[in-house]
Ligand binder design. Structure first.
Ligand code: ATP
Ligand code: MG
Length: 744
């Protein structure tokens, strides 16, 4: 069969082994995702029904691309695969089963802004200090509880958590968690973490439901397994418990979401949970040059906590990693832009094969501006997504409220937008009345005459009648017809149309774009259900990673978002202490190791060329600060990098930055900075040699310790060790089975 030809022997073995638990923990670029894709194709080609296969990926975009490949290999049948992110797949299951756990199937999905707004309300009602109980801080605490399977009841009773909260001065988190959960439930709303947490509750409490999905999902496959959290792991283990056909692929060296509750422990548990596990090793990297692969290996070797594995490549040696320093962050941006321009013109690299990666979203602005000046089209992932813009959220709040009139966050957005004379006091009174009567907000609003009189009642009643008309529309019409009707009759369209400022014009266009998008949804012949509820679910789960690719633009994104992707040229900017590694990740060894794994992810995105840069001064937090180069630069074995600085612009002063390729090599321009670029005696990229016949007197190279002479060899077999006298660090005893040495 065609697809089996593009696989090496272990990859092929992984693909053709259909049944039983399997785990592939292997380095970046070794074809894990490719194996997963072909394995699904293979299952289908061998008679497994696509709807019996569940495949979980990191982004919706990744799953779309996988699906396309599978369709190419085995045909249209593959469209019925259950494929997507954990969130999207479990949202879909919860839609079917919501009533079992007390929700209605039209539940709303709260994004983090909605969630924070609910928390803000709770903090206010509890009369707590909102500087201490910042919504984002409280939410992340609640979120990590949910990702670790801890309900608000369990949280209340958990001593460790209580002590932690007391120590941080936030003793009331447990109470906020409880009230937050109650309010979300009352609003028939789930936040992102609830989509996972409630699925786990569903499977725990309803064995009949669990049974159903266990027999449905005969095969479960998970990509980026290292970043699954406890709750996700719990769910998938339950699902796979009957058939035990579960295949996970990942790389412990790329685990970068510990802060979100992702847990490397899952990799270790997997072996205990499935003693009959088949483990497959993939060691050949097909993505990057030898230099990049070896540089990445030399970096990750600094981490203590990691599983032993090898990665090599047969690709070309490639160019060294170029490290640039510039006087300021603006010049860094300019230098990067110019270097990209040259890559496109001189090296003929298409824009879509070039990426700039950074540690934090705030770094993108200077880069964007520099690229615009050179007319280089850029696509920025992250930041505010289309669906988070105010005018879009307002319109969507209407759609959400019409489908789920319990949604209090949506209600607050639209009750007086466009203005209809219903002020905050009235809104507050409505909520108070709802609380007194133990009713939802819509129960009060829809029957306002029973509770209030006068002018207020008339205005609220008008609003309620309008919503009722919208509800009737949505029951009879498809999503697009309903949405256009609402846009016109709510007054939103008029409001934006009348605003003739450039921003107003922009907002109007955005609203039109939203409507076009809804039309696209209802016109799509592949969508069976064209209702508003289904549409809303789809867009609630769109993440900023999921943008459609613009073909002639370069990519700008954070390193976190770049996971799983690859580009010919990668520019890694802001290689400075306190930025990368981030200031917040310097406290413990674990944090620093996580940050180093992030560095490993960044390096391994590059196929052909990798550039790194840092500035001596950077504008951050409203002022200019001095920066030191990142310690990570030092951690790359020196033979893989070449150091440069923008000497021309430093000589001529700011404003005259040439492209990086014009920078003079540091080696021609000695300075104290050169110490990092010790020129190795031998330029060959690092290749571990077979040390079976290593003899005394030979010179060897070690990625961390540098070059040294073998002085003594002792013991046999697995214990065979050598004492090596390294030029720089002195004598070390190394166990030869583990030590990677290159004989010079
Ligand atoms: P990451 O850890 O970064 O997610 P990965 O292990 O998932 O990486 P893939 O993205 O599947 O790696 O593969 C990396 C690149 O190597 C892709 O371009 C893929 O098509 C290619 N590749 C993988 N295996 C082979 C092979 N046997 N022959 C040719 N190309 C391959
Ligand atoms: Mg992958």
């Amino acid at each position: 069969m065609d697809y089996l030809e593009g696989l090496n022997p272990p990859q092929r073995e992984a693909v053709v082994t259909m049944d039983g638990p399997m785990m592939i923990i292997a380095g970046a670029g070794s074809g894990k995702t490719r194996v997963l894709t072909y394995k699904i194709a293979h299952l289908i080609a061998n008679g497994v029904e696509p709807f019996n296969i569940l495949s979980l990926t990191f982004t919706n975009k990744a799953s779309r691309e996988m699906k396309e490949r599978i369709v190419d290999a085995v045909g249209d049948d593959a469209k019925n695969l259950w494929m997507g992110t954990f969130h999207s797949v479990f949202a879909r299951i919860l839609r079917f089963e919501a009533e079992k756990i007390g929700y209605q199937s039209n539940f709303t999905i709260y994004d983090s802004e909605d969630a924070k707004s609910v928390i803000k309300g709770v903090v206010k009602d509890f009369r707590l200090d909102d500087k201490l109980y910042k919504p984002s801080v409280v939410l992340s605490r609640i979120s990590s509880a949910k990702n670790n399977l801890i309900s608000w009841r369990a949280y209340e009773q958990n001593n460790d958590l209580r002590l932690e909260d007391e120590a941080s001065g936030r003793a009331k988190i447990a109470e906020i968690y409880k009230e937050y959960a109650i309010r979300c439930f009352r609003a028939n709303a789930m936040d992102f973490d609830d989509l996972l947490f409630n699925t786990s509750v569903l499977f725990q409490q309803h064995l009949d439901v669990l049974n159903k999905y266990q027999s449905k999902f005969k095969y479960v496959l998970i990509d980026e397994f290292q970043d699954t959290n406890v709750t996700q792991y719990f769910i998938t283990r339950k699902l796979a418990a009957r058939n035990r056909n579960i295949c996970v692929v990942g790389d412990d060296a790329q685990s970068i979401y510990a802060f979100r509750g992702a847990n490397i422990q899952n990799i270790l548990n997997f072996k205990t949970d499935y003693p009959e596990l088949k483990v497959i090793k993939l060691e050949q990297n097909y993505r990057s040059t030898q230099t990049i692969v070896e540089a990445a290996n030399s970096v990750i070797a600094h981490n203590k906590n990691q599983l032993e594995k090898n990665t090599f490549t047969q690709n070309a040696i490639g160019e060294r990693i170029e490290v640039f320093r510039t006087p300021t962050d603006l010049e860094e941006a300019r230098g990067v832009a110019q270097s990209i321009q040259q890559a496109m013109i001189k090296d003929h690299i298409p824009a879509s094969d070039i990426a700039i990666l950074y540690r934090t979203n705030s770094q993108s602005r200077a880069l964007e501006e520099a690229l615009v000046k050179l007319s280089i089209k850029a696509q920025i992932f992250g930041g505010l997504s289309f669906y988070q813009r105010k005018e879009i959220k307002d319109m969507i709040a209407y759609l959400k409220f019409v489908t789920n009139p319990k949604d209090e966050e949506a209600f607050k957005r639209i009750i007086n937008y466009p203005k209809r004379g219903i002020g905050p006091t009235t809104v507050n009174n409505l909520f108070v009345k709802a609380a007194e009567n133990k009713m939802g907000i819509w129960d009060i609003v829809a029957n306002v005459r029973k509770f209030f009189g006068g002018r207020v009642a008339t205005q609220v009643e008008n609003f309620a009648n309008m919503i009722k008309v919208f509800q009737m529309q949505s029951e009879q019409k498809n999503a697009f017809e309903t949405a256009s009707f609402i846009a016109k009759n709510s007054g939103i369209l008029r409001e934006l149309y009348d605003d003739k400022t450039p921003e107003g014009k922009n907002r109007y266009d955005n609203l039109q774009e939203l409507l076009n998008g809804i039309q696209g949804f209802t016109d799509d012949p592949e969508k069976e259900d064209k209702s508003l509820t289904t549409y809303l679910e789809e867009i609630s789960l769109i993440t900023t990673q999921d943008k459609e690719d613009v073909s002639d633009a370069i990519t700008l994104m954070t390193i976190h978002m770049s996971k799983g992707l690859e580009f010919d040229y990668v520019y890694l900017v802001g290689m400075e202490e306190n930025l990368f590694p981030s200031q917040m990740m310097l406290e413990t060894r674990e944090d620093l190791e996580e940050e180093r794994r992030l560095f490993y992810v960044a390096i391994t995105r590059a196929k052909q060329r990798l550039y790194m840069s840092y500035a001596l001064q950077r504008y951050r937090f409203g002022k200019t600060i001095m920066c030191d180069p990142s310690r990570f630069i030092d951690e790359i074995a020196p033979q893989y990098i070449s150091m440069r600085r923008s000497s021309i612009s430093e000589d001529l002063g700011p404003g005259s930055t040439p492209g990086f390729s014009n920078f003079r090599s540091l080696r021609q321009q000695p300075s104290n900075f050169i110490r990092k670029a010790v020129k190795p005696k031998d330029d060959r990229p690092f290749h571990p040699s077979n040390t079976d016949n290593l003899t005394i007197g030979q010179t060897v190279r070690h990625t961390k310790f540098g070059d040294g002479k073998v002085e003594k060899i002792s013991d046999e077999g697995l214990d065979r060790r050598a004492i090596i006298n390294f030029e720089e660090v002195g004598k070390k005893t190394l166990i030869l089975t583990f030590a990677k040495l290159m004989i010079l």
